[in-house]
Unconditional design. Structure first.
Length: 334
């Protein structure tokens, strides 16, 4: 949470009011951990259905992604956003695991739907998470997003596939259509254009972006309480990936230029974050992955789980856990 003076000094979204920010951020910051506590409490989970867990984890996945965007708009440091991103993705993975459990349960068999429907309003959130993954230097985590959107979506998206292609092995040729037509389909021409034409095309894209977004869920959201800011995340990700000179549009509305500057400063193309936050105090890794740091680790997926691992040792997965996915966390007590 940013204090009022911090907000005033660092706010990125001029339409975001401090009272709206604090109301939304405090609410999200309460809801997100509350879900984890309930899922880890056997007594609370007793009698709950697969549908109950599905709704809870879906809400937390969206709350986390919204807090990420809101925090950027409010002025949270990019370093802090970078540490938070893998946590958000952990919540997405947990939701996906509960969604599959729901789909495979006898009472709900046959109700399969996409985790996040690319043909619907959820596209914006997937686009946001994909772009943040690139711009915050977590490109090796994009395979996890790819896995989530491949589930039950009838077709892939031309923009998302082009963003993921350099970082996710085995992708097929990107389609020449976008699942959400406006404003995103106009980006496909930028990928195909000559290098010298791309800056002017991006100027045009950003100048038309908001009006072209009139059917998107964020349009006119500043008139509602859940405003998270207006940002063309894809403009920043494309600028970085295609190495476009952004001199002519650095000050354009809706362009998050400091994310591009950060990605360039750390060379996010080769930055390896795997499934891990590089900050030891928040080090996290999925079960089934090799241990990246020798020491003691714990997981909420099983009680009394604290144990010592060696570098490279495969960290176990606890199936049928009430918590869902097995996420190992670096223990403060070494």
């Amino acid at each position: 949470m940013l204090s009022a003076p911090e907000f005033k000094m660092h706010r990125r979204e001029p339409l975001l009011d401090y009272s709206i920010y604090t109301f939304e951020a405090e609410d999200l910051a309460k809801r997100i951990p509350r879900t984890g506590k309930k899922l880890a409490d056997p007594e609370w989970m007793n009698g709950k259905t697969a549908a109950d867990a599905l709704m809870m984890t879906n809400a937390r996945a969206q709350y986390s992604a919204n807090l990420l965007a809101l925090s950027y708009s409010a002025g949270t440091s990019i370093d802090d956003l970078r540490v938070f991103y893998p946590v958000v993705l952990d919540h997405w993975d947990e939701f996906a695991s509960y969604a599959k459990a729901f789909d495979n349960s006898p009472e709900y068999e046959g109700s399969w739907v996409a985790h996040f429907a690319l043909l619907g309003d959820e596209f914006e959130m997937v686009n946001r998470m994909t772009c943040f993954g690139i711009l915050l230097g977590h490109t090796q985590l994009l395979a996890r997003i790819a896995s989530i959107i491949e589930y039950r979506n009838p077709r892939m998206d031309g923009l998302l596939e082009r963003l993921m292609l350099p970082f996710v092995p085995g992708r097929t040729a990107p389609p020449d259509e976008c699942t959400r037509h406006l404003p995103y389909f106009k980006t496909l021409k930028i990928f195909k254009a000559a290098k010298e034409d791309r800056p002017s095309m991006m100027v045009d894209y950003l100048s038309e972006w908001y009006v072209a977004s009139r059917r998107e869920p964020y349009f006119e959201s500043h008139t509602r309480e859940n405003f998270q800011g207006y940002w063309s995340w894809e403009a920043a990700a494309i600028t970085f990936l295609l190495e476009i000179d952004d001199t002519s549009y650095r000050d354009a509305s809706f362009y998050p230029r400091d994310l591009v500057d950060f990605a360039r400063s750390i060379d996010a193309r080769t930055e390896s974050s795997s499934a891990i936050s590089q900050d030891l105090n928040g080090l996290r890794v999925e079960g089934g992955q090799p241990c990246p740091q020798a020491g003691y680790w714990t997981t909420p997926a099983q009680a009394d789980s604290r144990r010592l691992f060696k570098v490279g040792e495969i960290m176990p997965i606890f199936e049928h856990s009430a918590y869902g996915a097995t996420i190992w966390q670096w223990s403060d007590a070494q």
